[in-house]
Design a binder for this molecule. Structure first.
Ligand SMILES: [Zn+2]
Ligand SMILES: [Zn+2]
Length: 221
């Protein structure tokens, strides 16, 4: 064996990490809190882990029957107290976050950083914002339609189609098919009648038009 190799093995034996790995229990126990050490000693001795108790633990537990009941009662009371005070049932220090657990404690049980209730509320908020934005765009567009009609640049059937399409009289936007039905013309004819108006409006409204951009309408894109 080479000298360097032997040195390496000696060092390996001496390393605290290795002593720990070899199961040097005393060494491991020194590192933990005194009460935890006491707990481990009692557990190893086959005793109920409550301090000073001489009973044997119940099967599958680390406490005797009596102490299990005491703990259960205590936990129940603590749970109810924390619920009453609106505090996290696990730590009792921070308020509950969309449920009985606080924002920190709930991470122990769940993968998703946001609770279902919060996600739902966010989604509804976004949907409401989108709806509001769409409505606002439609109101602005209808206003522009009124101005275009008042300018006299659009006349005859084109003006009538635009009036129906934007719902100038009743505040309801219509599809090409719906406009065509009222005017007894085809969908394609409605599209042709509306094209000059839509191009003019889209140039004026830009991205805030409730239909495709002017470039799309003209087939430039
Ligand atoms: Zn006990
Ligand atoms: Zn907590």
């Amino acid at each position: 064996m080479l000298h360097t190799e032997r040195v390496r093995i000696e060092l390996w034996r001496l390393s605290p990490l290795n002593r720990d790995r070899n199961g040097a229990e005393d060494y491991a126990l020194q590192k933990v809190q005194p009460h935890k050490r006491q707990y481990e000693k009692r557990k190893a001795a086959g005793l109920c882990t409550s301090t000073g108790c001489a009973e044997r633990p119940s099967i599958g537990h680390t406490h005797c029957q009596k102490h299990l009941q005491v703990m259960s009662k205590h936990n129940k009371e603590q749970y109810q107290k924390r619920m009453r005070e609106g505090l996290c049932i696990y730590c009792g220090t921070r308020p509950g976050f969309w449920g009985v657990g606080c924002v920190i404690c709930r991470q122990r049980f769940t993968k998703h950083p946001l609770p279902y209730g919060a996600r739902r509320a966010l989604r509804l908020y976004c949907e409401a914002e989108d709806k509001r934005e769409r409505e606002q765009i439609e109101v602005e567009a209808r206003h522009a339609v009124r101005r275009l009609l008042a300018s006299g640049d659009i006349n005859g059937n084109a003006a009538k189609a635009l009036q129906l399409y934007a719902g100038v009289d009743d505040g309801r936007w219509r599809t090409y098919a719906e406009v065509g039905k009222v005017m007894h013309i085809s969908k394609e004819r409605v599209r042709q009648l509306l094209l000059p108006s839509k191009v003019a409006l889209a140039l004026f409204l830009g991205d805030r038009a409730p239909w495709r951009s002017a470039q799309d309408l003209l087939g430039l894109r």
